[in-house]
Ligand binder design. Structure first.
Ligand code: 13P
Ligand code: SF4
Length: 330
């Protein structure tokens, strides 16, 4: 590193950028120079999605992080995703453009409280949604994502008692789909809890042919109305395969960029939230910008670190998820 750059209190490198620079070219140059790979979630802003080497849902991103031969993984996503990449590839440098890109769902499950909760169910297996801290993963038996949660629960014996956390909405959806009685942690995502059933109903009256696509982090009232429920990759694939032309999208708005790119002749309408704001942006995901991505690659900061002792325990439930997913062809 040829710089004395520091991360400011806001969680990212702050530095004047020459306004004549083409950041797309600069990022491409840095990728080659440093043998770096940019992994981006679908909720990132369009420019970041366009410069990424791989765009995907949480499962796809973990699979990429586990198999990449790059020296540096630049994670354009949120903190728990970059942590997962570090746990899977501890020998690599993992960068996150903004260290404060957190997650309300991960925050809703503090590990010290979850440890106590778990003690009440000593004969239960713990499945945690990947949207949680590394410390929480270290307290788990199997990690899952929205694209494999149902399959992972179904892969276990029918009489296996299970705690599922931290997302109560995904947990309730999995319980319903599998017919299992899961013990749920009471956590939720601020973006997916905000959709309004009344406003979606009115929108459907104006667009009678539109199909409602919903992420399983949404509340049950929204999921009951949905024509298709799936992870971000699932929603994208469904919209692309479908012969329908109009879709109402009940998840973070960033996914619409890829939906529109892959389906220029189709119309994608963001599902309206329960307040006066017209946007479904995740404030954590949207902390990353192209400028922060460039500065993070240039300065190799902020870097994600996870204590070795946590890595040792957290890697097992993540690897178990990847193994089950591979067996099931997911
Ligand atoms: P998926 O990409 O796995 O669908 O997860 C959505 C999400 O909320 C990520 O933060
Ligand atoms: Fe967390 Fe929700 Fe944002 Fe995903 S969309 S990062 S679950 S707050």
């Amino acid at each position: 590193m040829d710089t004395l750059a520091e991360i400011n209190l806001k969680g990212f490198v702050e530095e004047q950028i020459d306004p004549t620079l083409d950041l797309f070219d600069e990022i491409e140059k840095l990728k080659k120079e440093k043998n770096a790979v940019v992994l981006a979630h679908y909720y990132q802003e369009p420019d970041i999605q366009d410069i990424a080497d791989y765009i995907g849902d949480s499962l796809g991103l973990s699979q990429q992080a586990a198999k990449t031969d790059a020296d540096i993984i630049v994670f354009a996503g949120v903190h728990f995703m970059a942590e997962t990449a570090k746990i899977l590839s501890p020998q690599k440098k993992v960068l996150l453009p903004d260290l404060k890109a957190g997650c309300s769902l991960a925050d809703s499950c503090p590990p010290h409280l979850f440890r106590k909760f778990k003690e009440n169910y000593p004969d239960h297996l713990v499945i945690t949604y990947v949207n949680c801290t590394a410390e929480l993963k270290a307290l788990s038996d199997i990690v899952c994502t929205s694209s494999n949660a149902v399959a992972i629960v179904e892969s276990l014996p029918k009489d296996q008692k299970i705690i599922f956390g931290p997302d109560k909405n995904l947990g309730a959806y999995v319980a319903k789909k599998t017919g299992r009685d899961l013990v749920l942690w009471n956590g939720a995502c601020m973006v997916h809890e905000i959709f309004s059933m009344e406003k979606i109903t009115k929108l459907k009256e104006r667009h009678p042919n539109a199909k409602l696509l919903a992420h399983p982090e949404c509340e049950d009232v929204i999921l009951k109305m949905a024509d298709y429920i799936g992870s971000t990759t699932g929603l994208l694939k469904y919209a692309t395969k479908s012969s329908e032309k109009e879709f109402i999208v009940a998840t973070e708005s960033g996914i619409i960029h890829q939906m529109q790119k892959e389906n220029p002749d189709k119309v994608f309408i963001p599902a309206p939230p329960n307040n006066n704001c017209a946007c479904n942006d995740c404030p954590h995901m949207k902390r990353n910008t192209l400028e922060k991505l460039y500065l993070c690659m240039k300065n190799e900061l902020p870097e994600i670190t996870v204590p070795a002792e946590i890595i040792k325990r957290a890697v097992k439930p993540i690897e178990r998820m990847l193994e089950i997913s591979a067996q099931l062809g997911l």
